[in-house]
Ligand binder design. Structure first.
Ligand SMILES: C[S@@+](CC[C@H](N)C(=O)[O-])C[C@H]1O[C@@H](n2cnc3c(N)ncnc32)[C@H](O)[C@@H]1O
Length: 224
């Protein structure tokens, strides 16, 4: 998979991609992530990427021309499956959306800033709009990092044991069951005996029951 991220703050994006699973995925050549500084496509003597909004009002708007220049350059080099705009009024990110996007090959992710991007960018270039929740961030960078993390960990070969992602919360519309590790007893708190039994069919059944119990208790909406 290749991901091209367009941003006015590429420096904000470095660290999430240089640690842990995302870093490993890049090292293994399973994903390529490229950052494009929108300021490299700025226009005019003042190297502008944003301007006041028509009609007045507080907050600058990212202009269409630098974004058009950047996207056109990328599209001239390869085909993209999706051009995603991170925005609080997009579809709320779910595991299902991440699963679906993990099957794509080439993605552009556009990060907004200030009041967002000129609406014509959304009308003309963007194929999908994604929000990471009902709150407003200062820019799309952290949201893009969240989307990328949730997608990249699903790519074959990224996790040491691929079945791990399949047993995570939200896969199968269930929350994950509780997990424990050593020691089996700590200050009077014992790990459920079944997990120490070595009886894997029974352990599997116990996990299914606990996943269902937890979902009924915390997220009954998922069961509907
Ligand atoms: C300050 S916000 C702009 C909010 C916009 N004026 C509005 O009310 O919808 C700046 C940028 O942050 C990003 N952003 C903010 N909240 C987000 C969220 N919940 N999910 C995804 N992106 C978000 C978007 O790229 C947005 O263009």
């Amino acid at each position: 998979m290749r991901i091209d991220i367009i941003t006015v703050l590429p420096e904000l994006m470095q660290s999430p991609f240089n640690a842990s699973i995302l870093h490993r995925a890049k090292e293994k050549g399973l994903v390529e992530v490229h950052f494009h500084n929108l300021r490299d496509y700025s226009i005019g003597n003042y190297k502008q990427v944003d301007d006041y909004q028509f009609g007045g009002g507080a907050g600058m708007v990212l202009m269409i021309e630098p974004i058009d220049k950047c996207i056109s350059k990328l599209k001239a080099e390869r085909d993209y499956d999706e051009i995603i705009y991170m925005t609080p009024d997009g579809d709320t990110l779910t595991q299902g959306i991440s699963n679906e996007i993990s099957l794509k090959e080439n993605l552009i992710i556009l990060c907004g800033h200030y009041k967002g991007v000129d609406q014509r960018v959304r009308d003309k270039f963007v194929t999908r709009e994604i929000s990471i929740g009902d709150y407003v961030l200062s820019g799309g960078e952290l949201a893009a990092a969240v989307l990328c993390d949730s997608v990249i960990r699903l790519l074959p070969g990224v996790l040491n044991d691929e079945t791990s992602a399949l047993t995570d919360t939200f896969q199968d519309n269930l929350l994950a069951p509780p997990v424990y590790t050593r020691p089996s007893s700590y200050k009077g708190m014992d790990v459920p005996e079944i997990l120490l039994s070595g009886d894997f069919p029974k352990i599997e059944k116990w996990r299914e029951e606990k996943a269902l119990e937890r979902t009924e208790e915390k997220r009954p909406d998922l069961l509907k």
